[in-house]
Design a binder for this molecule. Structure first.
Ligand SMILES: Nc1ncnc2c1ncn2[C@@H]1O[C@H](COP(=O)(O)OP(=O)(O)O)[C@@H](O)[C@H]1O
Ligand SMILES: [Mg+2]
Length: 252
């Protein structure tokens, strides 16, 4: 695959914590314009892989290509600058600010990062961008509410808007529907699907139903390594995956 069709290319990416190999020589091309998912049992190394991609922790070995450049070893803010965002943790939402002000802040911070010397002359443009993002994630009805009063599912949508404020080319989502009920899950999944039409997405997800429903491509991890890759139908039928992740029939 040429870089043009690839959202992110990993080659031999490894990370060890003491005696534990958390990520073990992961080599994969995630295609552009395809909803990529990573699944695997707890402790498989999924989140660690995201931490390596986003520069939060240094890798021990490997290469990472994103849009014709090597990003392995870059600091987290540099990775964001290049165009990779991940959903932020709940603590990064300012509970004492309204939805609108949270997103405006994120837009302004991003503009400041991209053009530190330019005066913030276009506050109105930033406000318009923030409004558009709020519409996109479906929070228009709640724009004037304090973030602290939002439902759990709405906070997740706000986090999506904050991640999108950095104008990413690639969005990393780590278990975005974790803790949600069926309705909130469905709504969030719909949003993610919509967003994936304009931004490349890699999604870590524990809920198999969600993954099989939403993902165009699935990478299965177990014990730090890739166990299988393919479309949902292939993964569902894969004997190794059934064994390692879905459990053997006797376990049910
Ligand atoms: N900072 C760390 N220090 C030591 N061990 C870690 C650290 N982060 C993750 N691990 C270990 O690495 C393994 C993979 O963890 P993680 O990537 O969080 O798995 P997953 O997201 O697939 O559940 C686990 O055994 C976990 O305990
Ligand atoms: Mg995890």
């Amino acid at each position: 695959m040429s870089d043009a069709g690839v959202a992110l290319s990993l080659s031999g990416v490894s990370k060890r914590f003491g005696g534990l190999v958390a990520v073990d020589g992961v080599t994969i091309d995630f295609a552009s314009r395809r909803l990529n998912a990573i699944i695997g049992p707890n402790g498989a190394g999924k989140t660690t892989l995201f931490n390596l991609i986003s520069g939060e922790i240094p890798a021990d070995a490997g290469r990472m290509r994103f849009r014709d450049s090597d990003i392995l070893g870059l600091a987290p803010h540099e990775v964001v600058r290049r165009g990779i965002s991940r959903t932020l943790q709940i603590k990064s939402v300012f509970g004492g600010l309204t939805v609108t002000d949270n997103v405006r802040c994120a837009v302004l911070v991003h503009e400041r990062v991209m053009a530190p010397l330019r005066p913030v002359s276009s506050f109105r443009a930033a406000a318009a961008r923030a409004d558009a993002l709020i519409d996109e994630v479906g929070l228009s009805a709640h724009r004037h509410r304090l973030a602290s009063t939002l439902s759990y599912g709405d906070v997740a949508l706000l986090e999506l808007a904050l991640a999108l404020a950095a104008e990413p080319r690639l969005l990393l989502l780590d278990e975005p529907v974790c803790g949600m009920g069926p309705q909130e899950t469905e709504r969030t999944v719909d949003k993610i699907r919509e967003i994936s039409r304009r931004v490349d997405v890699i999604l870590i997800e524990h809920d198999m139903e969600v993954v099989f429903d939403i993902a165009d491509f699935i990478m299965v991890m177990a014990q730090g390594a890739i166990l299988a890759t393919g479309a949902a139908s292939e993964i569902a039928a894969h004997p190794k995956v059934q064994e390692a992740y879905l459990g053997s029939p006797e376990d049910d």
